[in-house]
Write a protein that binds this ligand. Structure first.
Ligand code: SIN
Length: 485
């Protein structure tokens, strides 16, 4: 049984138009560490989703008319409530997603930081006055909320990926309908409860829980009432949703898959590089879009780096995220385990060597041993697909240009990392990498104050930072003529 200080945060109905919406259809939400059913959640369909969109559309005129300061005050209160309930939100997330409590506490703070940030940014949506091209005329640029927003969010960050979309939308003056992942709706519902307590008016935030992602996704992407769509998830699904959005020419933001290179050059501080690789690779059991997917190590430091990494990986503790000292929880589903196994089988069949780990964990279920594989080459499937599991793959390279070529040889372009000390090399490599985010001597790059997003097939748009609110705004140009000045 999940124990919370405030039991009323554990909701199982959807949240539409400021009310909890039950349904006779329900779907189970399970703890991936134990298989225990945590809740039977309302399973909404197309007609309830249309209701949620209509509620958001009804809420739009009044919400957009509020002053930025009024919207900011509600967001600020929501941030404070999230932090006051950090422990309960973390416990709900560990139960439904599996990541250890230390990580879920961190994620709640990370999610809340977007709400705090955009509460502040709400007040800084400036327009422009353009020097006129004609006497008696003034040229003015306004920034206006785009309208109703719809968002589909993933299971790997059940809180932060919602906050990163909802906070800028609401700050800009846009009501929003969110479809959280089927595996992790409880975090979303708890956030909605706190949002309501903070004073969000009815219809401004709606949470549509469902086991029918394609059906609900179709309504959200094709509705005439929705003017902006935001998605975090796989590139394949993102492409499909983008096509569906084309029917109504919506604004689209996509935060899609990655295949992050993590390059260790021969002048790197190897201990710092090994620490950074641990953070980048094993955060959330390797289930992040920005995880190091290909660790490229220069030949002359390869063995030393591999030893340092394996030593650190061997110290990771696998188990139930509620247990003390656990650093690695279960993978989200058996499909995830099977994918990791398939990639490892292909890699070892083509000459890769398992240095540590490499199989399902003795705990059973979806637990997997943290793994290091060496002698991986770019032609192996594991080098081309997003692993999304606790497997560090080590490649050898000789020259800088070779590392850059391998790093860029992918259709993805979300995050890249490298460790080096020579300043000329640092700037050359940073500029050559075709990625939206580059961590230099840093394994963790995520923060609310910096722009998060990818190039190529990793997505469109940026989240967080001063840029993150722009995707929720329309630019309107006023040509004001006939002035007798
Ligand atoms: C993701 O994996 O999609 C997000 C990771 C982050 O925000 O750090």
């Amino acid at each position: 049984m999940l124990k919370l200080k405030d039991e009323t945060l554990l909701k199982s109905d959807a949240f539409v138009n400021g009310e909890w919406l039950a349904s006779s259809k329900r779907f189970p939400v399970k703890n991936p560490a134990t298989g225990e059913v945590l809740a039977q959640v309302a399973d909404l369909g197309a007609s309830e989703t249309e209701r949620a969109v209509a509620a958001a559309a009804d809420a739009f005129p009044a919400w957009k008319k509020k002053t930025a300061k009024e919207r900011a005050a509600i967001l600020r209160k929501w941030f404070e409530l999230m932090m006051a309930n950090q422990e309960d939100l973390a416990r709900i997330m560990t139960a439904e997603q599996g990541k250890p409590l230390a990580e879920t506490r961190g994620e709640v703070a990370y999610g809340a930081s977007f709400i705090e940030w955009f509460a502040e940014e709400a007040k800084r949506v400036y327009g422009d006055v353009i020097p006129t091209n004609q006497a008696g005329r003034r040229l003015i640029v306004l920034k206006e909320p785009v309208g109703v927003v719809a968002a589909i969010t993933p299971w790997n960050f059940p809180n932060a990926m919602i906050a990163r979309k909802v906070a800028p939308a609401i700050a800009a003056g846009c009501p929003i309908v969110v479809k959280p992942a089927e595996e992790t709706p409880l975090s979303a519902l708890a956030m909605a409860e706190l949002g309501a307590r903070a004073g969000l008016p009815k219809g401004v935030l709606n949470i549509v829980t469902t086991s029918d992602a394609p059906g609900v996704g179709k309504v959200l992407t094709e509705s005439q009432l929705v003017r902006k769509f935001s998605f975090t998830g796989s590139t394949e699904v993102g492409k499909l949703l983008m096509q569906q959005c084309a029917t109504t020419v919506k604004k689209v933001s996509l935060e899609l898959g990655g295949n992050a290179p993590f390059i260790v050059f021969d002048d790197a501080d190897l201990d710092a590089a090994a620490d950074g690789a641990m953070l980048s690779k094993f955060r959330n059991m390797g289930q992040t879009c920005v995880c190091a997917n290909r660790i490229l190590v220069q030949d002359d430091v390869f063995d030393a780096f591999a030893a340092k990494l394996s030593e650190r990986v061997a110290k990771l503790k696998v188990g139930n995220g509620f247990d003390d000292g656990v650093t690695q929880g279960p993978l989200i589903t058996m499909d995830a385990v099977e994918k990791v196994e398939r990639l490892l089988k292909d890699a070892t069949a083509h000459g890769a060597k398992i240095a540590t780990g490499g199989k399902r964990h003795a705990l059973g279920g979806t637990f997997f041993e943290p793994t290091v594989v060496t002698e991986v080459t770019p032609s192996m499937t594991i080098a081309q697909e997003e692993i999304f599991g606790p497997v560090a793959t080590l490649f050898r390279f000789k020259a800088d240009d070779e590392a850059i070529r391998i790093a860029n040889d992918t259709r993805f372009g979300l995050a890249a990392y490298f460790y080096a000390r020579d300043v000329g090399r640092v700037m050359r490599v940073a500029e050559a990498l075709e990625y939206g985010i580059v961590g230099i001597n840093e394994g963790i790059i995520s923060t609310e104050v910096a722009p998060f997003g990818g190039m190529k097939e990793s997505g469109i748009g940026r989240e967080g930072s001063k840029y993150g609110i722009e995707d929720y705004l329309e630019i309107k140009y006023l040509a004001l003529g006939g002035l007798q000045i």
